[in-house]
Design a protein around this ligand. Structure first.
Ligand SMILES: Nc1ncnc2c1ncn2[C@@H]1O[C@H](COP(=O)(O)OP(=O)(O)OP(=O)(O)O)[C@@H](O)[C@H]1O
Length: 886
């Protein structure tokens, strides 16, 4: 796709876009047709134009499918979907060159009258099966050098297993079974085995009948769920860069495709948008992977009993917060910072007060070089498009970017010892950084400086204010940045879940079936391991235990119960290690919590406690007395953990004085981030959007009136102030909501003609009012009746001619429907807010739960969900670079 300005068809944004459409039909046609369309062109109009251009029989039915070869994805567009919007999510190169070889394109396919798609050229499996049958009957010699299932190896040892995997991998067979477990070796290159033909080929097939494939696992879980009415889960494990996230994407795609028979539903579209948003905020370039997920996730796809997707939920685990303030050389901070800094327009740069990337302390610690500026610019556009797909209004996007900018500025806060002799404490600066910070976060400078330099402690009788030492102040500053970012990430996950929610989920009576996919960080053993690795490896111990239970223990018990002669297989039972870490009351995590709460404790006393309590434990390996570290014998090997900062990291919540500071912000979004009332901002966001739309309606009316009277007024916009003056209830609303930031939203500026279009969609003034009432009826306006507000809006001028002439019954939704309901938002908050609350110190108890306790809670919740489901396992392996698929 390419963008052309000026000539030809133009969209609201003044651009015409080129689409290349490849026919995949039973009859021979031209290899491709090129259309020039606007951003608003629907799939239906594109199909019509393509069929005409290609000279096809227009009585036949066709569908348009978006193909993303690298993800194995093929999404059939609904007639109202907008193809150009999809293209805007593609990588830059694919957008610019838009040929099939870039792996992103549109297909035109034929559709049957029952709605199913007519697939042509399905791969044939007949011959292969025939030859297998001949081999089985002894007519052909067995010619297999490699086996699809490791369980069939005549000799089962490490060498034979690795040989088999290697031979298969060299033949580009990256998948192998070990019983029902799928082993996937990352080929680091695209293999053409993921398009919908393969989804179809594996549909409703018994595992093992066809070549091993990830779609086979998706298919088995889907049909097992429907047949047995039991939830299913797929646990994906493997080291960083082994392909877990890619596998998750293939699975989610297949699981939704199976259910929709080729059509993308609203949920899938939201999932589609959720991916790039989560990726921008939760992924970063690391030494092992240019796009490494720095958080664990569990995506649960919910189904109706009929097998149709009805919603989805994303749960996240342990975002790596430390990356925000420091990381290894050649690694990067979260993608979104670079997207913003390189991709923002001049206007955005001014608004968010952006500097050059190398001017930020939080970004310049690594060997800083941005060679991929064009990609980053494109990724920023893609991110914005994806944010829109999950329902972020332009104003919300701007609030998010302001917070990101504030986080970066925090890193530039510096300290020096107070110069004036007698006064103790620190000077904080530089002044321009502090004033920008105060402006971006909308907090007063004085309390900001206080929070950055002094600790406030409240005791029973007294309030103590103590100045930080230099290193304590740096920790406090970084802690503020980390907490803000992780609150932002939690908020984004929450809003994605809100967009993915199906209202039926709120009704208990609706019976629920689901398939969950767990993509969680693998076992870690670095040169220096700390608290983060300790938590991650503990999660892996728990998952290994779950794996053992299902693969060995339960299976063997079943054999015994059925009286089958069976020699129990020895497996490494890791329950001892789990007890060492988490058994009450002396497990390492409990000792850590104890020492984290004890005011005089240090890392040293913590280590002494560990040693004293567990000296005799087989899983607690002795270390030299002086070494500030301890070693644990994990199922995957010994790992040495440095005790330094364990206590501090375990209690790294948002500090109460920082919470108090942010609560005083004049920016509703910042207050919302720290958990005041997630609903409030959301409601006001919608009202604000409605008011803006109405202001513009009004102006369009004026313009029309002026035009018909032969006068064209140059000033095309009513200042909101004018609106305010003329409408008493609106004025009252301003008073009721002093925190609202009603400054005009420039990024939302659209030509007024666009609003005439909206007028055109309403049959009458009554109709327009009905739409707006409908849009805001769920909102609680602090006792204000929305109808009263509308009465005043009724005084706005409407262009009579448009209202009279237009009889088009199709109405247009001003604000996405699924985002209009605060009840559902509250429901999602209830589901996911536990960790946010803890993080932000909002618990009723005096002390919020420690980070490890929160992690343990979310892990137990996960294990409980997994425990109720039938599991499948995918083990991802990272191929080494010498033997990668050529
Ligand atoms: N099946 C596959 N086909 C083609 N390329 C793949 C496949 N699996 C993985 N890759 C490539 O390998 C890269 C790393 O994979 P991925 O990000 O999924 O790893 P990961 O295990 O999730 O890593 P991390 O734990 O760091 O997030 C991907 O960016 C992709 O380019």
């Amino acid at each position: 796709m390419s963008v052309k300005d000026g000539d030809g068809t133009t969209s609201q944004d003044g651009k015409a876009y080129e689409l290349q459409i490849y026919p995949r039909l039973s009859l021979e046609t031209a290899s491709c047709c090129i259309l020039r369309v606007t951003k608003e062109a629907t799939a239906a109009s594109v199909i019509r134009d393509a069929a005409e251009t290609l000279g096809l029989d227009t009585r036949k039915l066709y569908v348009l499918a978006e193909v993303k070869e690298c993800g194995g994805e093929e999404w059939v567009l609904e007639s109202t979907d907008l193809p150009v919007h999809r293209v805007l999510l593609w990588p830059r190169k694919a957008q610019e060159q838009h040929s099939q070889k870039e792996g992103f394109y549109f297909l035109l396919q034929e559709r049957n009258h029952d709605g199913s798609i007519r697939y042509v050229h399905l791969p044939t499996v007949g011959n292969e099966q025939e030859s297998k049958r001949l081999v089985a009957r002894g007519f052909l010699p067995p010619q297999q050098e490699d086996l699809e299932d490791l369980c069939n190896l005549p000799v089962l040892n490490e060498d034979s297993i690795l040989d088999n995997l290697r031979i298969r991998f060299q033949k580009k067979k990256i998948y192998t079974y070990a019983g029902s477990i799928l082993i996937a070796i990352n080929p680091f290159k695209f293999l053409p085995i993921y398009n919908p033909k393969y989804v179809k080929m594996y549909e409703n097939h018994q595992l093992g009948k066809l070549e091993p494939h990830i779609f086979a696992i998706a298919d088995v879980t889907y049909y097992a769920m429907l047949r047995k009415h039991i939830n299913q889960c797929i646990v994906i494990s493997g080291e960083s860069g082994s392909g877990k996230t890619q596998s998750t994407n293939f699975l989610i795609h297949c699981l939704t495709a199976l259910s929709q028979k080729g059509y993308a539903s609203g949920v899938e579209r939201t999932i589609l948008g959720a991916g790039p948003v989560l990726e921008a905020f939760g992924n970063a370039k690391t030494a092992n992977n240019n796009n490494s997920s720095r958080f664990g996730k569990f995506i649960q796809v919910n189904y109706l009993e009929s097998g149709v997707v009805r919603g989805a939920v994303v749960e996240k685990y342990l975002l790596e917060k430390s990356r925000l303030v420091s990381r290894e050389k050649n690694e990067r901070n979260y993608h979104v910072f670079y997207y913003l800094l390189v991709g923002a327009s001049e206007e955005e740069r001014r608004e968010f007060r952006l500097l050059q990337p190398e001017e930020y302390f939080y970004l310049k610690q690594e060997n800083f070089m941005i060679e991929d500026a064009d990609d980053l610019r494109h990724d920023f556009e893609r991110l914005q498009q994806a944010m829109e797909m999950v329902g972020f209004l332009p104003a919300t996007k701007r609030q998010i970017f302001s917070v990101l900018s504030a986080i970066l500025y925090l890193g530039n806060v510096t300290y020096s010892q107070k110069s004036s002799g007698r006064e103790e404490g620190l000077d904080v600066g530089p002044p321009e950084v502090l004033s920008t910070l105060s402006d971006l976060l909308k907090v007063k400078e004085e309390p900001l400086v206080e929070a950055l330099t002094k600790r406030k402690t409240v005791t029973v009788n007294d309030k103590l204010i103590l100045p930080y030492s230099h290193s304590e102040a740096i920790t406090a500053r970084d802690s503020m940045a980390k907490s803000l970012y992780s609150a932002l990430f939690d908020w984004i996950v929450l809003r994605i879940n809100h967009a993915l929610l199906n209202k039926k989920d709120m009704e208990e009576s609706v019976s629920c079936l689901s398939i969950g996919v767990l993509d969680i960080f693998g076992f870690e053993d670095f040169e220096t391991n700390s608290f983060e690795q300790f938590c991650i490896n503990y999660a892996n111990e728990q998952l290994q235990y779950y794996f053992n239970q299902h693969i060995f223990k339960l299976e063997q018990e079943e054999y015994q119960a059925e009286g089958i002669t069976w020699h129990n297989i020895d497996y490494t039972d890791n329950v001892g290690c789990i007890h060492l870490i988490s058994k009450k009351p002396t497990g390492l995590l409990y000792l850590l919590d104890e020492e984290s709460n004890f005011p005089h404790a240090t890392d040293k006393t913590l280590l002494a406690k560990f040693k004293q309590q567990h000296q005799q434990n087989h899983y607690f390996v002795p270390t030299p007395v002086m070494e500030p570290a301890f070693v644990i014998l994990h199922f995957a090997g010994k790992v040495k953990y440095q005790i330094k900062d364990f206590r501090e990291k375990n209690t790294d919540h948002m500090r109460p004085d920082i919470v108090a500071l942010l609560r005083s912000s004049d920016r509703a979004y910042v207050r919302q981030l720290i958990g005041m009332d997630p609903g409030a901002m959301f409601r006001w966001g919608i009202i604000r959007a409605s008011i803006r739309a109405l202001a513009a309606f009004n102006e369009a009316g004026r313009r029309w009136a002026a035009k018909t009277a032969g006068v064209v007024r140059p000033n095309s916009r009513v200042p909101l102030g004018e609106l305010q003056r003329s409408n008493v209830p609106i004025e009252r609303m301003y008073r009721h909501a002093p925190m609202l930031d009603f400054s005009f939203d420039h990024s939302e500026e659209r030509p007024l003609e666009a609003f005439e279009d909206i007028f055109a969609s309403c049959e009458s003034k009554k109709d327009m009012h009905a739409q707006i009432i409908n849009s805001i009826k769920d909102l609680q306006l602090d006792g204000e009746d929305p109808r009263k507000l509308l009465q005043s809006w009724g005084r706005l001028r409407f262009p009579r001619h448009v209202l009279q002439k237009n009889k088009n019954p199709k109405t247009r939704q001003l604000i996405p429907k699924n985002l209009l309901d605060t009840r559902s938002l509250k429901y999602v908050v209830g589901l996911h807010d536990r960790t946010t609350k803890s993080l932000l110190h909002l618990h009723k108890k005096k002390r919020p739960p420690s980070i490890s306790a929160q992690f343990q809670t979310s892990l137990s919740k996960l294990l409980e969900t997994l425990g109720k489901a039938e599991p499948f396992f995918i083990r991802c392996l990272r191929s080494n670079c010498l033997r990668r698929c050529k």
